[in-house]
Design a protein around this ligand. Structure first.
Ligand code: NCD
Ligand code: ZN
Length: 339
């Protein structure tokens, strides 16, 4: 087993960098954690619904942390028409991101996926990616709760793919065995991101620790095993999207903590630890650098990082933000980063 691992800076194709003072903390920490290119999510306040707003946000991020390469997304909602999608493509925006109403942080826009058909058709023609937060809203009458909300959404994924077979779709943060088996039957235009925390956690964790709580929630040990198996298998349609989603400590306290797990500052050593434990360290470079780039049609990742097999302690807090597994040790350390 190697004691040193050198790889390109990571492509983290699902991050929440936040805005204003919080972004000023989070963007530099994202670089420090080993990422080089990031797909930035649009669930700000207010949500990013116009090309102008996305470009202004990108400029603000570049001013904060110019070393990161920012790939941008815009909210997919029924008001996004064909000409807006064309304008987004012309501006270099890569992803239309759809959130189901009210299921997660700042998901206040309304509109079902079928109401977004014009934008999806345009995205298919323009080569943009549609990226889905795939959860059905909680509905006690239908027996839909946090544990089965992803499974309940899967028919909508299948329907979207059948209607737009050439449209590139990313099923973000897959968490369930049901999602993995549904994806197995879909074509090569449908991919999924997997987060480090869903390879690590189960429902036992978030029920007792708000810093392990995110949407979609970590599920059963069998679900986690399905995610681990697909990552170890080398399936090219699965790649890294950390869904690192920091919240101020106060928002994570109390009975109803905000959903979101903060991993950006520890991303590379956390992934090395997880892949090492799973016995599939050889899959890490493809998972975190080449497969996502291939699906997104990006040039090879730039820069190098180097990881050493020696313990590193996850800080108890970083500028008041609490990372996953704060205070615990990882088996790997991220060495001095080359630019
Ligand atoms: C994300 C956030 O806080 O922005 N939270 C989360 O639990 N994952 C939003 C999201 O991706 O669902
Ligand atoms: Zn997210």
């Amino acid at each position: 087993m190697p004691d040193t691992l050198t790889l390109p800076r990571l492509d983290d194709l699902h991050v929440h960098l936040r805005q204003d003072a919080l972004a000023a903390q989070v963007a530099p920490l994202t670089w420090t954690g080993g990422a080089g290119r990031v797909l930035v999510m649009p669930n700000l306040r207010p949500a990013l619904t116009t090309v102008e707003a996305v470009l202004a946000y990108r400029a603000a991020l570049q001013a904060i942390e110019p070393r990161l390469d920012y790939l941008m997304s815009i909210c997919l909602h029924p008001g996004l028409d064909r000409s807006a999608v064309r304008a987004a493509a012309a501006a270099g925006i890569r992803v239309l991101k759809w959130y189901p109403h009210g299921v997660t942080t700042n998901s206040s826009l309304t509109g079902s996926l079928s109401e977004c058909a014009e934008a999806c058709a345009a995205a298919q023609d323009e080569g943009l990616i549609v990226s889905l937060h795939g959860e059905a809203p909680d509905d006690p009458a239908q027996g839909i709760d946090r544990m089965n909300a992803e499974q309940a959404f899967l028919p909508q994924l299948v329907a979207l793919h059948q209607r737009f077979p050439r449209l590139r779709i990313i099923f973000e943060h897959a968490t369930s065995a049901a999602a993995i088996s549904t994806l197995a039957d879909l074509g090569p235009t449908v991919a999924a991101t997997i987060t480090p925390h869903h390879l690590l956690l189960t429902a036992d964790d978030w029920q007792t620790d708000p810093h392990s709580y995110c949407k979609p929630v970590a599920k059963t040990a069998a679900d986690r095993a399905a995610l681990q198996a697909v990552v170890a298998s080398g399936d090219p349609r699965y790649f890294l999207g950390s869904d690192s989603a920091p919240h101020p400590a106060a928002a994570k306290a109390g009975n109803q903590p905000a959903a979101g797990i903060f991993t950006a500052p520890i991303l590379a050593p956390l992934l090395a630890d997880i892949f090492d434990t799973l016995g599939c360290l050889d899959q890490l470079p493809a998972f975190a650098t080449t497969r996502g780039a291939a699906f997104y049609d990006l040039p090879p990742a730039q820069g190098r990082i180097s990881l050493q097999r020696r313990p590193s302690r996850i800080p108890a807090q970083i500028n008041g933000l609490i990372p996953l597994r704060a205070g615990h040790d990882l088996k790997w350390t991220l060495g001095a980063c080359k630019e």
